[in-house]
Design a protein around this ligand. Structure first.
Ligand code: NAD
Length: 500
């Protein structure tokens, strides 16, 4: 049995890596029309280590034309579902076979620990692609219960050309959640990854070609949001956009649709997840550990991060003590070290933003119970200590605004009713959690919480089989599960008169 790579091995592999750096349009690798590039900065060191093509409006237009041509000649949409299934399954196998390279690209781009990229990001991407491949030849259309002289068929058809725009926190997984159902359903796609994390998307697309996806069906235009992203949102020939990112940019996509062709816009946006621990919590150790991991995992760069801990006043001190104890074991380290559990923040801008929020928390009167500072400064990288604020009230900015970093706000509550009221006092509605021993309380509170996902006596439980998405300003539509097909298909009724 070979020994797993060490820190030195990963650094050697990183130095030898030769990533794909061009746009993929119509099956061909090409530079941006104007030759522009954007730098890739390693968050662990602050150093630029490579660059990638920065596509703009002209490139998006070429990519959309290629996607449209591929859709119209039916080279993919016209294949039997079982044939599309085989391509997606081969693709998933190739993703697994290239696990180390994909994980390395992810870690170098976004600063997440290599152990997470290997154990979570790459396997979840493969599983998602395989799952939608397996699903597509098992979905039947419908026949309506009409009178005898009519036959009404209700068919699902691919929507056409889909624009996919994703963020940097889980570049591969967020892409797969949209590419899986969109491609399985027969659409053509133009993918625009975040400017901070373009490299794994290019490799993922190269593997799709190798798996047998016809040229032009999946195009990738790396580039900036205000340029390539905006052009995709405004394009007159894009039928739907699947977006994951901030609520602010999600709103822009709705505007783009209104200003252009009323394309369908599906949004997975931000969150401010309330994590409720009631006085009858069945296991305080488990709840406190879940609360700590719920905010510190992936450096807090999670749309579902449990950033507001609403804990019953009677047990608050015990819970806080335990969370601080877990937090102390999670000092950030070199993301390429297989022992590292918390890595670097994605970019200097995001790092500064999180530090600014820590200042705001202090200025508004919250008390630091853990962390609160940048760390590992000598590396040049963007690291922040796991941070816990006590004495927070829900009107404070750190309780209302999405920080997207390792910063927990602890709020004391008196009972379930008040906890629910505070939990719902937010513009977001992505996820929520409650810990209680009482079944009736669990049912009542989970019905009252206004969120697309509610966890009871656990946190962040997740599977491709369950829908994922938010209420309110956390977005619309659902990723994952069979419900995701709703975003990328149209329903067509074919009404036939077959008798008098
Ligand atoms: P972001 O909104 O800044 O960027 C997301 C994508 O939009 C990127 O590809 C970016 O290039 C593009 N973009 C940016 N400005 C644009 C513009 N003016 N026009 C068109 N496109 C533009 O988000 P981010 O900082 O990359 O990611 C963090 C956000 O993503 C957080 O708010 C987080 O909650 C959210 N997120 C949500 C989910 C979910 O499923 N609900 C999952 C992960 C992340």
């Amino acid at each position: 049995m070979s020994t797993p790579p060490t820190l030195a091995d990963w650094h050697a592999r990183a130095a030898a890596l030769q990533p794909l750096k061009q746009l993929l349009i119509d099956g061909r690798w090409q530079d941006a029309a104007d030759g522009a590039t954007l730098p890739c900065v390693n968050p662990a060191s602050g150093q630029t280590w490579t660059s990638v093509a920065a596509g703009s409006g002209a490139d998006i237009d070429r990519a959309v034309r290629a996607a449209r041509a591929a859709f119209e000649d039916r080279r993919w949409a016209g294949q039997a579902p079982a044939a599309r299934k085989r391509v997606l399954q081969r693709w998933a196998e190739l993703v697994e076979a290239h696990r180390d390279e994909l994980a390395l690209l992810e870690t170098l781009n976004v600063g997440k620990p290599i152990r997470d990229a290997l154990a979570i990001d790459v396997p979840a991407t493969a599983r998602c692609l395989r799952w939608y491949g397996e699903a597509i030849d098992k979905l039947y259309d419908e026949i309506a219960p009409t009178a005898e002289q009519s036959l009404a068929l209700i068919r699902r058809e691919p929507v056409g050309v889909v624009g996919v725009v994703v963020p940097w926190n889980f570049p591969l997984i967020m892409s797969a959640w949209k590419l899986g159902p969109a491609l399985a359903a027969g659409n053509s796609v133009v993918l625009k990854p975040a400017e901070q994390s373009p490299l794994s998307a290019l490799k993922l697309a190269a593997l799709a070609l190798e798996a047998g996806l016809p040229p032009g069906v999946l195009n990738v235009v790396t580039g900036y949001g205000h340029s390539a992203g905006r052009a995709l949102g405004l394009h007159e020939d894009v039928d739907a956009v699947g977006f994951t990112g901030s609520t602010e940019v999600g709103k822009l996509f709705l505007q783009y649709a209104g200003q252009s062709n009323l394309k369908r816009v599906w949004l997975e946006c931000g969150g401010k997840t309330p994590h409720i621990i009631l006085a009858d919590c069945p296991d305080l150790d488990a709840a406190a550990t879940a609360a700590a991991w719920g905010i510190f995992f992936n450096q807090g760069e999670m749309c579902t991060a449990g950033s507001r801990l609403l804990v019953d006043r009677r047990i608050k001190d015990q819970v806080l003590e335990r969370i601080v104890a877990v937090g102390r074991t999670l000092a950030p380290g070199d993301p390429l070290d297989p022992a590292t559990q918390i890595g670097a923040i994605v970019s200097k801008e995001q790092w500064q933003r999180v530090l600014d929020y820590i200042d705001i928390g202090r200025a508004q009167g919250a008390t630091l119970a853990l962390g609160g500072a940048a760390t590992r400064g000598a590396t040049g990288g963007f690291y922040i200590e796991p941070t816990v604020f006590d004495g927070v009230n829900n009107a404070m900015r750190i309780a209302q605004e999405e920080i997207f970093g390792p910063v927990l706000s602890v709020l004391a509550v008196d009972g379930a009713e008040q906890a629910v009221r505070i939990a719902n006092d937010t513009m977001y509605g992505l996820a929520a959690a409650v810990w209680t021993r009482d079944l009736a309380t669990a049912h009542r509170v989970s019905r009252q919480l206004r969120a697309g996902l509610v966890w009871v006596n656990c946190f962040d439980a997740d599977d491709i089989t369950t829908p994922f998405g938010g209420y309110r300003q956390s977005g619309n539509g659902r990723d994952k599960s069979l419900h995701a097909f709703d975003k990328y298909t149209e329903l067509k009724t074919i009404w036939m008169r077959i008798g008098d």
